[in-house]
Ligand binder design. Structure first.
Ligand code: FAD
Length: 143
């Protein structure tokens, strides 16, 4: 098998603080390079959505590790599929925050004008994340 993408949603736990994002991204930059994983992470309204792309074993191992992280809970896989090519090949982990996104995008994908990844319309998780590509604001590029 070639590459897969895995998209999950989760809710920030009580112990999570906004400043944790930068340490998560710093670790992700290094680990994801070692594992040849690329992707995107969005945080808003107390929720995360993240896409991990790479070799199946690497993606699954990283997802296992992330899913036990106490900084979030209710971790649910929204999409896991074989892919021909990466969508986020530029970023070890591109990061987008709430303030970068026009709320019209939430209405388009979630009915409400507030972010809730658990109410994403059927199979729309990947499309939603692709729309965020233009506003990625982290410096964690592939390098
Ligand atoms: P260590 O840093 O040795 O920690 C051991 C365990 O403790 C970790 O598995 C984690 O579950 C937990 N932990 C670590 N720090 C804290 C803390 N401050 N508070 C509470 N629990 C903690 N890592 C990546 O490598 N790539 C990613 O793309 C990535 N994305 C993430 C996205 C989200 C939403 C979250 C919450 C975490 C993400 N992480 C990512 C971090 C990942 O969960 C691990 O903490 C990290 O990979 C280091 O793994 P480790 O086994 O060396 O853990």
């Amino acid at each position: 098998m070639g590459l897969i993408r895995l998209i999950y949603a989760s809710r920030a736990s009580e112990s999570f603080q906004a400043k944790d994002i930068s340490s998560i991204l710093e670790v992700a930059q290094e680990t994801n390079r070692d594992l040849d994983i690329t992707g995107i992470l969005y945080f808003g309204n107390g929720y995360f959505i993240q896409c991990l792309e790479g070799q199946p074993e690497a993606v699954e191992a990283l997802y296992e590790r992330i899913s036990t992280d106490l900084r979030h809970e209710n971790v649910v896989v929204l999409d896991k599929i074989e892919i021909q090519e990466r969508s986020f090949e530029e970023w070890r982990m591109g990061f987008v925050s709430q303030t970068d996104v026009n709320e019209a995008l939430f209405e388009k994908y979630m009915q409400e004008n507030i972010f809730d990844p658990f109410s994403l319309f059927n199979n729309k998780a990947n499309e939603f994340l692709l729309e965020l590509k233009s506003v990625v604001n982290s410096n964690y590029y592939v390098g």
